[in-house]
Write a protein that binds this ligand. Sequence first.
Ligand SMILES: [Fe+2]
Ligand SMILES: [Fe+2]
Length: 166
Amino acid sequence: MGEPPEDPFGPLVAVHEDFVDKLTELEATLDEMMATRETREGNDIILDEAIRFFREELIPHLRLEDEAVVPAIEKAIGRYGTLVTVVMYEHEEIRRGVAKFEEARDDLRRDPDSWQAIQEVNRHGIFLVQFLWDHFRKENTSLFPTARKVLSADALRNVTERISAR
Ligand SMILES: [Fe+2]
Ligand SMILES: [Fe+2]
């Protein structure tokens, strides 16, 4: 019991920062592939790491927010015409983007010299980099501040527990 901690969303903000580092690495590799028009061994490693990161870290992060954060905020401010709809929609868009990136990566694996496959990987990869960058910023600067304002101490404590128990 007692007062809730300073910032219940601190762990999520910290995860966003780690994720941005991952995305920067992916962006650099995509830029290099577009410049050289080929997939070098180092690029391959980063692309596979990006796939692993999307599956094992990013998608579970979206699920955690969907299950532990979004419903609590929805209860306080409703769904329609609020940030809740925006965030839910963006999570779906991110999942779709990850699936497209994976498909493009598979095509490139089948045909490693294909310039068209490199361009497709780049197109879907850059979309994700930019969309995620914007999404994290929106959560950090709008969603979490709103939640800090509208959630009761009990609701905040509950969210904090769920975030730290993942
Ligand atoms: Fe999110
Ligand atoms: Fe997030």
